[in-house]
Design a protein around this ligand. Structure first.
Ligand SMILES: NC(=O)C1=CN([C@@H]2O[C@H](COP(=O)(O)OP(=O)(O)OC[C@H]3O[C@@H](n4cnc5c(N)ncnc54)[C@H](O)[C@@H]3O)[C@@H](O)[C@H]2O)C=CC1
Ligand SMILES: O=C(O)C1=N[C@H](C(=O)O)C[C@H](O)C1
Length: 234
């Protein structure tokens, strides 16, 4: 499979190693100083870039009939436009805030726990995410997915806020510590006890492998998909 890497930073480089080990060819490595390229050279594109260019990168792929996997976070104001363009062009597109198998299992645990806690109003939920100091967005895309899944599965919470408490609000704290690949913790606290679940990434390999598996999976398909479609969990 011929892969275009849109974004050749920490994730782009990790994806390159994994893709080559799985027998793929990297035909384009696009970064901020190299944005004039022919995307049709690739069978599939994998976008791990920055929030304010992700939608352009994705649109370019869809306009040229190239399936696209995007892991970039912080651009979701334009997500509905990307879905509409994909449908209009009969293209293929997957966005996931987190491509790792472990986090996708954690997503399911979070939904299950949120459902169980729905009738237990004595518990307040909160979330903490910790990432490296170069991260541009806060809260993380993964934290937003987790919070939205709690809201969809628990009647006690209707919104999330960064660093803000309030009735029916899920407060999210974002910490930035050097070299942390990604840690997410969800806490339900009552007066008598605390329940905590967490996911700790040890490196970026899990995110990158998941993105390459998604790229292999999407070839020949049409539509907007999620990692649940790829991994067949949930
Ligand atoms: N969904 C997931 O599983 C994961 C998502 N991410 C997200 O992926 C994104 C990238 O993460 P990292 O690689 O750690 O960041 P990074 O900062 O190391 O790499 C981003 C790269 O994009 C480049 N870039 C800037 N303008 C560009 C353009 N017009 N076209 C293409 N590339 C351009 C930058 O020069 C930089 O090299 C972030 O949004 C991050 O939150 C990161 C890890 C896992
Ligand atoms: O920027 C990162 O590094 C990560 N970003 C994603 C997010 O915002 O959730 C996924 C992972 O946690 C690493």
């Amino acid at each position: 499979m011929k892969i275009a890497l849109l974004g050749y930073g920490k994730m782009g480089k990790t994806i390159e190693q994994i893709a080559i080990n799985r027998g793929h060819e990297i035909v384009l490595k696009i970064d901020k100083d190299n944005t004039d390229y022919d995307i049709t050279l690739a069978d599939v594109a994998i976008d791990f870039s920055i929030p304010n260019v992700a939608f352009n990168n994705i649109s370019n792929c869809l306009n040229n009939g190239v399936p696209v996997i995007s892991g970039t976070t912080g651009w979701l104001d334009n997500f509905d436009n990307a879905v509409a363009l994909c449908n209009e062009k009969k293209g293929a597109f997957i966005y996931a805030s987190n491509f790792s198998l472990g986090v996708n299992i954690f997503f399911e645990m979070n939904k299950y726990l949120a459902k169980m806690m729905s009738n237990l109003k004595q518990y307040n939920v909160s979330m903490e995410e910790i990432h490296h100091t170069q991260k541009l967005d806060a809260p993380s895309g993964t934290a937003i997915s987790l919070a939205n899944d709690i809201i969809s599965n628990n009647n006690n919470f209707s919104d999330w806020k960064l660093d803000e408490n309030g009735e029916n609000i899920i407060p999210i704290t974002a910490k930035r510590i050097e070299d942390v690949p990604g840690t997410h913790t969800i806490t339900y606290a009552s007066e008598v006890d605390t329940i905590t679940i967490d996911h700790v990434a040890h490196n970026r390999q899990g995110f990158a492998l998941g993105a390459v598996i998604a790229a292999e999976w999407i070839i020949g398909k049409t539509g907007v998909f999620t990692m649940n479609d790829v991994l067949n969990i949930g």
